[in-house]
Write a new protein. Structure first.
Length: 288
């Protein structure tokens, strides 16, 4: 990535943890200016690098912060506009669909879908002014939904559809739109989702007993397959922000490509393979 010589700014959401935190550090170290958006701006880490970092408050569960954040971005970016927007912020809601509270399902879409679109709308004039790029962070589960990950997969599938609409509609403004879909990454987001799942199931011991073997099997399967380093996502985002020719929809992370290929198989065969790979053939055996 070339050092910033024109005062251009990149807006990154979800900037205090996981991949977002790593991306802010990388962009600033490479010499670009970053607006780091987070629920708690005080937690934004300011790296030692030639690029500047400005923190702004943004919480997709508080819609009023979106307009306020857009005002802060306009003040920081100034007349040059916004060179890039990386919609990184997201949460995972997991668990059996019969147990997930509807409030949690609404939160999944509020944070992963509605919030990013609302923010994009709010900063669109700034992106158009700079003929910037939008990078939406999806997930490989948008192609194939594993058991107990229906909410997160549905939200990322919705984001993928909206990404396609953005790409076609925003081209008239000179804005390029990209979708990056990671597989499992070594971040704390999965532990947070698991903890929330266990809280819900604590109120339903009958369901907890029923699904306990399936959860244990999946955890063993995930430990065996492993997760990738978040740096692979950071590298993919950097390639887009650098202006190099990049694929419009990119899957990253080990095993993610096989996930996409499996999604193209006949449904019954795909279901059998998914359950077998996750050790769920017995735990989710159809009733006779």
């Amino acid at each position: 990535m070339q050092a910033n010589s024109d005062g251009a700014w990149i807006l990154v959401t979800g900037a205090t943890a996981g991949i977002g935190k790593a991306l802010v550090a990388r962009v600033a170290t490479d010499g670009r200016n970053v607006i780091a958006a987070a629920r708690d701006p005080a937690r934004v880490r300011i790296p030692n690098g030639p690029g500047r970092v400005e923190a702004v408050r943004l919480d997709f569960e508080e819609p009023s912060t979106i307009e306020a954040a857009a005002g802060d971005v306009a003040r920081i970016a100034g007349a040059a506009g916004l060179a890039g927007l990386v919609n990184m912020a997201g949460i995972i809601v997991e668990g059996p669909l019969e147990a997930i509270p509807t409030q949690a399902l609404r939160r999944q879409f509020e944070v992963n879908v509605i919030g990013p679109v609302a923010l994009t709308q709010a900063v669109l004039p700034m992106l158009a002014k700079a003929r910037g790029a939008i990078v939406n962070i999806g997930a490989v589960s948008a192609h194939l939904t594993p058991p107990f990950y229906g909410p997160i997969a549905a939200s990322k599938a919705a984001l993928a559809s909206l990404n396609d609409a953005m790409r076609l509609e925003f081209a008239q403004f000179g804005i390029r739109v990209f979708l990056i879909e990671p597989g499992a990454m070594k971040t704390g987001i999965f532990a947070t989702a698991k903890a929330a799942r266990d809280v819900w199931l604590a109120d339903r011991p009958d369901l907890e007993r029923r699904y306990r073997p399936a959860f244990a099997a999946m955890e063993r399967a995930f430990e065996k397959s492993g997760a990738d380093d978040p740096e692979v996502v950071v590298t993919a985002v950097i390639a887009v922000l650098s202006g190099r020719r990049a694929r419009l929809r990119t899957v990253v992370g080990k095993g993610a490509g096989a996930f996409v290929l499996a999604s193209r198989l006949p449904i019954r065969l795909r279901d059998r393979l998914v359950k077998s790979a996750l050790g769920l053939s017995e735990a989710l055996r159809p009733a006779n």
